[in-house]
Design a protein around this ligand. Structure first.
Ligand code: ADP
Ligand code: ASP
Ligand code: MG
Length: 450
C-alpha cells in the first residue's frame, strides 16, 4: 500500500480536489490511503474564531464561521457526490456556533482550541471522500481520532506509536483488503479518553508518516504546491531548484530549521523500515518530485557540496554569561533543567568558556525561564532573530566550507554559530530582517545564481 497526503493547497478548491481524485485514481492498484489537510487557510480561519470569542466579538465569530461554511458549500457545489459533505459541514458548524457563542468574552483553553482547530480536516476529508465517490472511486471516509491516540499536550500532542500502529492496522487494513480507498484526516488525534488533540501546525505530514509506518507502506507521498524539496524556499529564492533526492537526516534538518514543505518529525517513523517519502507537486503530477530515503547521499546539486538552505524567523536568543562556569561542572545541566521544567524547546546551542547562547522559538514561557536562569549568571535576550541553516551531507567531507559560508553572508552580522555533531548542517543566527538576503546570498554562492 501507499500513503498519499494532500496539503492545504492541494485541496484548496474544487479544481484541486478533482486533480487529487485523478492522482489517486492513477494509483488505485497500489492500494492508496488518502490523508488530507484542511482547505488552505481554513485552520487559520478557525483559530481566528478563537480570537473573536476571546474578544467577545459576536459579529466576527458569526461572520467568520459563515464564511468558512460558505467556502465548503461552494466547493461541494462544484463536485458531484460532495453534497452530503456540505450538509455534514453545515450541521457540524452549527454545533460549533452554539458552543463558541456560549463562551463569548472568555479565553478558550488549549483543549477547546485543539477541538476547534481540527474541524478543517474533518470537513475537507468529507468533501474529498464525497468527490472521490462521485468520480467512481471506492472511497471510505475514516475518522482518524480513535486511531491517532495521543497524550494531552494540546497544540503539540505526541502520538502513542504502539497504540497508533495497532489501531491503524485494526481499522484501516480491513478497508484496504476490501479494495476501498480510506480517506482520513491529518493533523488531528484524540487522547485515550477521546478528547480531541492536534499534532501541531503542519502536522498532517507526520500523520501520513505514522500511518505509512503502521501499515508497512511502500512509500509515503507528500503532495504539495512546489515541485519537491528545493535548494531554498522558492518564495525567497526565485531560482531555487528541486532536489531529485535527499536523505532522511537532511530532510529532518531542513524541516527543523524552517523548510515548511515537511513537518520536522515526518522522517522519524519511517527510518526503521526505510520507507521512502516522495514530495510531489499536485498541480504537476507528471514531475518526479524529491525522493527522501536512507541512501540518498549520492546526488549532488550541480557541483555544490550542500543540498539546501533554510531559514526560520521569530527566534529569540537567550544568552547566559557566568564567569563561574569556567572549569566548573554541572552548569549546563542546571541551565537545561530550567528549560526542561518549563518545557521550552531549544533549537540551537553555542557555548563559549564563560557564556552560552541558545535559541528558542516559543516565547510564551520564556519569562520564568529568564528569571530562574538569572540565578546562574547574567542573562539577556535578543528578539527578532532568524536561524539560517545550510544543510548537506557534503558538509561532512568538504573542508573550508565554514569560511565560504561566512564570507558569503557578509555584511550581515552572524551571532550564534553551531555545527551539529552529525556535521550535515551549519546553523547560525542573524537579525530577522537580514534573513531573506542572507539566504539569497548563500544560494548564489553555492548554486551560482540569483
Ligand atoms: P502544504 O499545505 O502542502 O502542507 P506547506 O505550505 O506546508 O504545504 O509547505 C509548502 C511550502 O513550503 C512551499 O510553498 C514553500 O514556500 C515552502 N518551502 C520552504 N522551504 C522549502 C524548500 N526548501 N523546498 C520546498 N518548499 C519550501
Ligand atoms: N491544517 C493544519 C495546519 O494548517 C495541518 C497541516 O496542514 O498539515 O497547520
Ligand atoms: Mg504543510
Amino acid at each position: 500500500m501507499i500513503v498519499c497526503k494532500f496539503g492545504g493547497t492541494s485541496v484548496a478548491d474544487a479544481a484541486a480536489i478533482r486533480r487529487l481524485a485523478g492522482i489517486v485514481a492513477g494509483r488505485a492498484r497500489e492500494q492508496p490511503l488518502v490523508v488530507v489537510s484542511a482547505l488552505a487557510g481554513v485552520t487559520d480561519g478557525l483559530l481566528g474564531l478563537a480570537a473573536a470569542v476571546h474578544a467577545g466579538d459576536a459579529a466576527a465569530l458569526g461572520g467568520g464561521l459563515d464564511a468558512l461554511v460558505r467556502r465548503h458549500e461552494i466547493v461541494a457545489g462544484e463536485l458531484p457526490g460532495a453534497e452530503p459533505a456540505a450538509e455534514a459541514v453545515r450541521a457540524d458548524a452549527e454545533l460549533l456556533r452554539s458552543s463558541l457563542s456560549s463562551g463569548l468574552g472568555r479565553r478558550l483553553g488549549p483543549a477547546a482550541i485543539d477541538d476547534l482547530a481540527g474541524h478543517g480536516e474533518l470537513w475537507s476529508s468529507r468533501l474529498v471522500a464525497g468527490a472521490m465517490s462521485g468520480a467512481g472511486l471506492p472511497a471510505a471516509w475514516a475518522d482518524i481520532r480513535p486511531i491517532m491516540v495521543t497524550d494531552d499536550r494540546f497544540g503539540r500532542a505526541t502520538p502513542y506509536v504502539q497504540v497508533v500502529n495497532n489501531r491503524a492496522r485494526e481499522c484501516l487494513r480491513p478497508l484496504l483488503a476490501d479494495e476501498m480507498i480510506p480517506v482520513t484526516q491529518g493533523f488531528i488525534g484524540a487522547t485515550p479518553d477521546g478528547v480531541p488533540t492536534t499534532l501541531g501546525r503542519g502536522g498532517s505530514d507526520f500523520t501520513a508518516a505514522l500511518l505509512g509506518a503502521a501499515l508497512g507502506a511502500t512509500r509515503v507521498e507528500i503532495w504539495t504546491d512546489v515541485n519537491g524539496l528545493m535548494t531554498a524556499d522558492p518564495r525567497i529564492v526565485r531560482t531555487a531548484r528541486t532536489l531529485a533526492a535527499a536523505s532522511y537526516e537532511e530532510a529532518a534538518e531542513l524541516a527543523t530549521f524552517g523548510a515548511k514543505v515537511l513537518h520536522p518529525a515526518t522522517a522519524m517513523p519511517l527510518v526503521r523500515a526505510g520507507i521512502p517519502i516522495v514530495v510531489l507537486n499536485s498541480t504537476r503530477p507528471e514531475l518526479p518530485g524529491t525522493t527522501i530515503e536512507p541512501s540518498a547521499d549520492l546526488e549532488r546539486v550541480g557541483d555544490s557540496p550542500i543540498r539546501s538552505i533554510s531559514w526560520k524567523r521569530g527566534i529569540t536568543v537567550v544568552n547566559v554569561r557566568a564567569p563561574r562556569m569556567l572549569g566548573a561542572y554541572g552548569f549546563l545541566r542546571a541551565m537545561f533543567e530550567v528549560f526542561e521544567r518549563h518545557e521550552v524547546v531549544v533549537d540551537v546551542l553555542a557555548s563559549g568558556e564563560i557564556s552560552v547562547s541558545l535559541t528558542v522559538e516559543d516565547r510564551s514561557r520564556l519569562d520564568p525561564v529568564v528569571r530562574e536562569l538569572s540565578e546562574l549568571g547574567e542573562v539577556w535576550t535578543d528578539d527578532a532573530r532568524a536561524i539560517v541553516s545550510v544543510v548537506g551531507i557534503g558538509l561532512r567531507r568538504t573542508p573550508g566550507l565554514a569560511s565560504r559560508i561566512f564570507r558569503a553572508v557578509q555584511p550581515a552580522n552572524v551571532e550564534v554559530i553551531s555545527q551539529g555533531a552529525s556535521a550535515i548542517n551549519m546553523t547560525f543566527v542573524v537579525r530577522e530582517e537580514d534573513g531573506p538576503d542572507v539566504v539569497r546570498r548563500l544560494h548564489a554562492e553555492f548554486f551560482g545564481d540569483d
